[in-house]
Ligand binder design. Sequence first.
Ligand code: PLP
Length: 363
Amino acid sequence: MTQPKPRPTIAEMVRYQPNLGAPVTDRVIRLSANEGAFGPSPKALAAMEEQSNLLHWYPEEEPVELAEKIASKYDLNPENMVFGCGSDELIMAICQAYLDPGDEAIHTEYGFIMYPMSTKVAGGSPVPAPDNNFKVDVDSILDCVTSRTRVVFLANPNNPTGSYLSRNEVARLHSKLPKDVLLVIDAAYSEFVVRNDYSSGAELVDKYENVIMLRTFSKLYSLAGLRLGWGYAKPHILDALHVVKQPFGANRAAVSAALASLDDQEFIDKAVEHNEKWRTWTASKFEELGLICLPSITNFLMVKFPNDDGKTANNAGSFLASRGIMTRGMSGYGAPDYLRLSIGTEDEMKIVVKNVAEFLRGE
Ligand SMILES: Cc1ncc(COP(=O)(O)O)c(C=O)c1O
């Protein structure tokens, strides 16, 4: 049959598989997408509602007040910000702006899957840099650099492994990259991090011409459903992104909710404290059950299951789903022995541990 055909690269690709799971029980515990444990700040919800009589107007093309608020909170330059419909939009825009066919974008072996996908969609070639025991390896990234490298994607902390590179390691990576290679530091989970040797990478943006830091309101701020991400980079990079990204990507509801969330320090502190406490607790309970958890500084854990029939990660994922607990299988990331699950409420974590114990006992 004659029909329109997408470009061959697109025809060969499969769409992003969020694997969020369909509700199978009355109560669903959703731990499959690294979302916030308690939902948004109540102040964000109230602020969002105030926009309801303005929804017939386009939002500002760039939300200036939000850029200023973010800048004052994180000590950044408000002129150096760009906003997108989720940081996903900015990842795609980076690929479209910087990759010609055949150009290479390096991503790490167990890095966020949108990097290779967006690279391919833009016509570029994704180059995976092997991890070292599920940890990003700076030298392995540097070994992948060729004359065709245009972009390096680094999620720091990393999804799905939960590990991170120290400020010094990221600086070392940057210092060894050619000046015309764009280093993308995707710090989607940085608001959760409680480590002195970690940095989101903003200081590299301030100092150099070839770095962009990405952030999102989807994770700690729990506004994933509103889709709002932001980038921090020098103006020449922002100019390129503005050409390819859609105008009005930061919608009214999201911007007003984001403004209110940034002011709600009590909510932020509670989210960080809760996450530290329940991630540590959950990891220790899983380890008591004989499972291996990769060390994580984020709001999720990547957990290894045995290779025995009936006890695999795949079996565990199906068992938990049948009890209304949604987790994320890691086959798509090439790690079929693992499940990733986010840190939910105290109650949810206790239910998960109980169910994993029952699964392992074969109940
Ligand atoms: C490392 C990383 N970057 C970006 C994103 C996308 O975030 P957003 O909701 O802002 O598009 C995610 C979402 O899971 C992520 O894990």
